[in-house]
Design a binder for this molecule. Structure first.
Ligand SMILES: *[C@@H]1O[C@H](CO)[C@@H](O)[C@H](O)[C@H]1NC(C)=O
Ligand SMILES: *[C@@H]1O[C@H](CO)[C@@H](O)[C@H](O)[C@H]1NC(C)=O
Ligand SMILES: *[C@@H]1O[C@H](CO)[C@@H](O)[C@H](O)[C@H]1NC(C)=O
Length: 512
């Protein structure tokens, strides 16, 4: 059945035709399995362009995801697998200052999701035929339950959150906490001593909690259904390569392995024309331009605490500019200069020259889109990596970083005016945008090149860092240090002994 599907898609593809830029002609069409059943909408935004690029190139891609199919591409076959992850309606505003509660919620959710996934015939059927694929790709965050699919197959992980020190360590690239933040927190630079101490502790805390508390809960559920699988963390360590949703132009430049490939901002694209309503709203805004407001796809409007919603309403009423606000639900008392919609074409709006400031939750994708389309930011991080991204954009001078707890109408207005009046932010963003676009190969081409490379070279074991085969004691050279101390001590003791004897003999000689 699957083979017939592939054949049909393959024939269709002959008519659609391949469309890739600088890559060498296609040698062979491969079958690629992309597993993202536990990915949020924003993770999916990063992964779908990779899938599209592979499909455009002529490969057959099967995607297992939580969302309904979103493309008619003949080479892409999307399987939807229902699961209740994210449906428990976590109030992200409530958990924002409680990382343990946040982790505990995810632990319970991820284990329950693993249980649901392996009780689903789509998933089990796909698992049974997994060896037909030439390559498996898995979203590196939250999709641990899918690692059994990758056993004994060439396998790529996708870090949609960009550089992640834990995931980097899995690849054998251990980052230095003197300057590399965790996924969750960064600080104004230069870091103060308490920032450094916090960062070191966070490096240990996050990794230990994840490895010894969250993943075992997932492992338990998966093993119930597939008793013969290897430990999930063992399979994870055998990944051939990682695609990082980061780029040195806007993220921290870090030492990377050849198996860590940056495809940051792969989802950013040239704007499409806006609809009539948005065009006339933006063009009619006068020279002062428009403020675009969106808190992303995870924290929905109706979970926004009323005091903050009212504060936004009061601030926008005093703002001498037009506002476009992505908000799910109705907002009472909103002033006439504010246009509210449930869904908005964010990139197309940000690309409009009259859109002067993006009031954002500091999501990584929002940051990338904002830089790509040259709009400075006022960030109000809610949860997860948004605090890190907001601190980073503050350090880079891409905009302002505020905290909900400090927020007042005056502070919000002052930040919006500061970012829109002060050309420093716009200039920084403009320079970064040029740097981000100035690449020898597009992120999509990189993704295609490295995927084919991993298949052709059977998992490319030559890319594997030797660090992956070391224990922690070996990695920190404890064995060698102990050896050196022992040899040094022994030599010292021996020399002491000899000297003592010489002295004694000399003393005796003199006495004689
Ligand atoms: C597993 O699937 C069966 C049949 O589809 C269903 O009755 C059962 O409730 C499911 N169990 C879980 C834990 O989802
Ligand atoms: C920014 O400019 C507006 C007018 O465009 C002015 O009302 C406001 O005071 C200025 N704010 C700052 C902080 O410069
Ligand atoms: C590890 O990866 C290599 C190369 O892709 C593969 O040949 C091998 O079977 C994998 N081992 C496990 C245990 O998955």
């Amino acid at each position: 059945m699957k083979n017939i599907l592939f054949l049909t898609f393959g024939v269709l593809w002959l008519f659609v035709g391949p469309s890739s830029g600088e890559l060498a002609p296609l040698e062979k069409s491969y079958k690629i399995l992309v597993l993202i059943p536990v990915s949020s909408w924003s993770h999916r935004q990063v992964i779908l362009p990779i899938v599209e690029a592979l499909a455009d190139r002529g490969h057959q891609v099967v995607v297992l995801s939580k969302f309904p199919p979103s493309t008619l591409h003949p080479n892409i076959h999307e399987l939807t697998v229902r699961n209740s992850i994210y449906e428990e309606k976590i109030n992200f505003f409530e958990v924002r200052k409680h990382p343990l509660l946040f982790l505990a919620t995810f632990r319970a959710d991820l284990a329950a999701t693993a249980k649901q996934l392996y009780n689903d015939t789509h998933v089990l059927d796909l698992y049974a035929m997994r060896k037909e694929f030439d390559l498996v790709m898995v979203d590196a965050l939250f999709n641990e339950a899918m690692y059994p699919f990758a056993e004994d197959l060439p396998f790529i992980t996708i870090s949609t959150v960009g550089h992640d020190y834990q995931q980097s360590a899995v690849m054998g690239n251990v980052m230095n906490p003197a300057y590399v933040p965790t996924e969750l927190w960064d600080f104004a630079r230069p870091w103060k001593i308490h920032d450094k101490v916090f960062n070191i502790l966070a490096h240990f805390f996050n990794a230990l909690v994840w490895r010894y508390w969250v993943v075992p809960a997932i492992q338990e559920e998966v093993t119930l259904h597939l008793p013969d699988i290897r430990p999930l963390l063992y399979t994870e360590r055998n990944a051939s390569l990682t695609f990082l949703n980061s780029h040195y132009s806007i993220d921290l430049p870090l030492p990377l392995l050849p198996s860590q490939v940056q495809i940051g901002a792969i989802h950013c694209k040239s704007p499409k024309p806006l609809n009539k309503e948005l065009t006339s709203w933006i063009e009619g805004a006068g020279d002062e331009g428009v403020i675009y407001v969106s808190l992303g796809s995870m924290a929905q409007g109706n979970t926004m605490p009323i005091q903050y919603r009212d504060l936004f309403v009061a601030a926008f009423a005093r703002l001498s500019r037009r506002v476009i606000w992505k908000y799910e639900g109705s907002v009472p008392g909103v002033s006439e200069n504010v246009l509210i919609r449930r869904w908005l074409p964010q990139q197309d709006i940000l690309a409009h020259p009259k859109v002067k400031v993006f009031l954002s939750h500091g999501g990584l994708l929002s940051l990338q889109e904002s830089i790509y389309h040259v709009t400075p930011i006022v960030a109000l991080p809610i949860f997860g990596d948004q605090e890190r991204v907001s601190a980073h954009l503050h350090n880079k001078g891409f905009g302002r970083w505020l905290q909900w707890e400090d927020l007042s109408v005056d502070l919000l207005l002052q930040a919006i005016y500061d970012v829109s009046n002060n050309t420093r932010y716009l200039n920084n963003v403009r320079v970064a945008s040029r740097l981000m676009r100035e690449q020898p190969t597009s992120p999509k081409e990189l993704a295609v090149f490295w995927s084919e490379y991993i298949i052709k070279h059977k998992g490319a074991p030559h890319l594997r860092s030797p660090a992956m085969d070391l224990t922690w004691l070996e990695f920190f050279l404890v064995d060698a240090l102990v050896f050196m101390v022992l040899v040094g001590g022994l030599t010292y003791a021996l020399l002491q002994n000899i000297l003592k004897r010489i002295k004694l003999d000399y003393g005796k000689m003199k006495a004689d």
